[in-house]
Design a binder for this molecule. Structure first.
Ligand code: UD1
Length: 421
């Protein structure tokens, strides 16, 4: 199994280009199943999760070509199978996103229950509730779920999500675009990736309004055509590099980003004493201008503080003056990095979904494990400032979601080496 060896580094300095968002490109690729025409997606990050989604789409009948380094062409003249492969789906939770498009286009979808990062139970009840509201009949087996539309196909309706789930909002939106009549998704997720998906679907000919607000209105259409689209920049990757600047007390220019999507991270870092200059599509993060102090964070659905930045931010909070409280409200089991940071010398106490982080930790390198994607990023950040070297195992998690990770960090002056055991 491959590992990262992270060496203690000085302040990171320089410029980093942010890639297209993992969490946007996966639903966009799934949406390409909705049309028999060609969809061209630009700024596609080269990631393990994208390769997996390519394999899943190909197994369902899509033809996929690379038109350039980060450009994918996806054409699905016909859906050859409405059943996704167990091995592929089991590796990535986002594979559930093919269910809405399959159901919309073929009236049927059978999916093994999805895998992915082990951050809690992560049920799919809200996705299924949505499909049911559109008239699908569900069968849930031990290790699969099947949805079948009625003879008239899916029928638009009003439905309310008990929680603004990102995946459920996307899946239901994709199911509803070809339904008969109008669908309203109430208490919808408002993440930028939802807006990106709605923009792409509208380019394909869908009639979606209100994406990015609590209520999304989808007027069903008969067919969708092809479209060309550029993926929105990855706000979680941008946040990770902002924290890399802060934790190493460096200065990093973050390019190709949308600062509007980063408001909670900008606000919280400023509270800690980091200076941030905000441009139209870039940021300069100065962690090198004086002492930094504790702050409290609480994760929430967008536009609240993103759960995906909770663990990298916690790594940073171990290095500031004073004690901070971190509350995780989106996932019920997202403190697995705490034990790993503890091995490195951090002092963090947890009780339920609340963590108390003592600052001024003297971190030291040791052997740790990336328990999920963002936990892995947190350990890399901690490793950059820990004395000695930090050996991180299970790095496939990190490679699921960060494009050219080592290359980007190296350009900023870090030394991270990937070794095969
Ligand atoms: C997406 C992101 C992930 C991010 C998360 C929250 C992708 C590929 N992944 O994941 O990086 O951390 O949003 O911002 O976009 N839930 C249910 N029932 C459901 C669906 C979700 O109870 O049917 C719960 C989950 O267990 C979790 C919460 O809702 O506690 C949020 O999940 P959700 O917003 O659906 O996250 P994902 O779409 O899986």
């Amino acid at each position: 199994m491959a590992k990262y060896i992270v060496h203690q580094s000085g302040p990171l300095r320089g410029e980093v280009q942010i890639s297209g968002a993992k969490n946007a490109v996966l639903p966009l690729m799934a949406a390409a199943l909705l049309s028999e025409e060609e969809c061209v997606i630009r700024d596609v990050p080269i990631l393990r999760d994208v390769s997996l989604m390519k394999k899943i789409l190909t197994s369902l009948g899509s033809e996929i070509h690379e038109l350039g380094e980060n450009i994918l062409s996806v054409t699905t003249k016909d859906i050859l199978s409405t059943e996704a492969d167990f091995e592929l789906v089991n590796k990535m939770r986002a594979s559930i996103l093919v269910m809405g498009p399959l159901l919309a286009r073929k009236g049927r979808a059978r999916i093994p229950l999805p895998g992915g990062c082990a951050i809690g139970a992560r049920p799919i009840d809200l996705h299924l509730k949505g499909f049911e509201a559109l008239g699908a009949q569900l069968t849930v087996g031990d290790d699969y779920v099947e949805a079948v539309a009625g003879p008239q196909g899916l029928i638009g309706d009003t439905l309310y999500l008990d929680f603004p789930s990102v995946g459920a909002t996307e899946n239901i939106m994709m199911a509803a675009v070809l339904a008969d009549g109008v669908t309203y998704i109430e208490n919808a997720a408002k993440e930028p990736e939802i807006v990106d998906l709605a923009n792409f679907l509208n380019k394909m000919g869908a009639k979606i309004k209100g994406a990015g607000t609590d209520t999304i209105k989808i007027e069903g259409v008969k067919t969708l055509g092809g479209a060309k689209h550029t993926v929105v920049p990855d706000r979680i990757e941008a946040g990770t590099f902002m924290l890399a600047a802060a934790i190493t007390r460096g200065a990093v220019h973050i390019c190709n980003t949308l600062p509007d999507h980063l408001k909670p991270i900008i606000a919280k870092l400023r509270e800690c004493g980091v200076r941030i200059e905000v441009g139209d599509d870039d940021l300069i993060v100065r962690g090198d201008l004086g002492p930094q102090f504790a702050t409290d964070i609480k994760t929430l659905p967008y536009p609240g503080f993103p759960t995906d930045i909770q663990s990298p931010f916690m790594a940073y909070l171990t290095t500031v003056e004073g004690s901070s409280t971190v509350i995780e409200t989106v996932f019920e089991n997202r403190f697995m990095h705490v034990a790993q940071l503890g091995k490195m010398g951090a002092s963090i106490e947890t009780a339920g979904n609340k963590a108390n982080v003592r600052g001024n930790a003297k971190l030291r390198g040791c052997q740790v494990m990336a328990t999920d994607l963002r936990a892995g990023a947190a350990l890399v950040l901690a490793g950059l400032v820990a004395e000695g070297t930090t050996e991180i195992s299970e790095i496939y998690h990190i490679e699921r979601g960060y494009e050219k990770f080592i290359e980007k960090f190296s350009k900023l002056g870090a030394t991270i080496v990937r070794v095969d055991d």
